[in-house]
Design a protein around this ligand. Structure first.
Ligand SMILES: [Zn+2]
Length: 167
């Protein structure tokens, strides 16, 4: 984590560490905001419902930012240099391939705020599964929920149209 009141060059930091990055690295979290850089590839079908806003700045490659607008699936495709505000409470699913790098800023959650993750039928948007977690919960609940759906096809099968979500 970087100290406050001290600037640094984001691109330099990425270049110095890009071969050993992991999935994401936090820049600041002891602030009103949590800021991090995350990269692809990722493999996720969950939609995140954040009680607060999120800012995405695409550094390299592309980000396919799926989201629901009044229940209707939409897709924002961010290219390098694109900036995007995802308003709070809008279900969204950022999907990245290899070479995609994104700078993200989120608000630190209040004590009473909970994040929700939902999985939707891709044919008819019926909700298949959901889990609520504190955003700083270390238990990796989203990955576990995803694995449970992969193991038990019933959890990934739509009650309305019988489509099975590929995870
Ligand atoms: Zn369905």
């Amino acid at each position: 984590m970087f100290p406050h009141l001290k600037g640094f060059n984001l691109h330099q930091w990425i270049n110095d560490n890009r071969n050993n990055w992991g999935q994401r690295r936090v820049i600041w979290e002891d602030s009103d905001f949590i800021a991090f850089v995350t990269r692809g590839p990722n493999r996720r079908k969950d939609f995140h419902i954040n009680p607060g806003d999120e800012i995405f700045y695409q550094l390299e490659g592309e980000l396919n930012l799926h989201y629901l607008s009044n229940g209707k699936p939409e897709l924002a495709m961010l290219k390098a240099g694109d900036l995007f505000l995802m308003p709070g409470k809008v279900p969204h699913s950022p999907r990245r391939s290899e070479g995609s790098w994104t700078f993200v800023v989120e608000r630190i959650r209040r004590q009473d705020e909970i994040d929700r993750f939902i999985w939707l039928c891709e044919q008819c948007q019926t909700k298949l599964y959901e889990t609520d977690i504190r955003f700083d919960d270390p238990s990796d609940a989203v990955r576990k929920a995803s694995e449970a759906m992969r193991r038990d096809k019933n959890l990934a099968t739509c009650e309305s149209c019988d489509a099975v979500l590929e995870l």
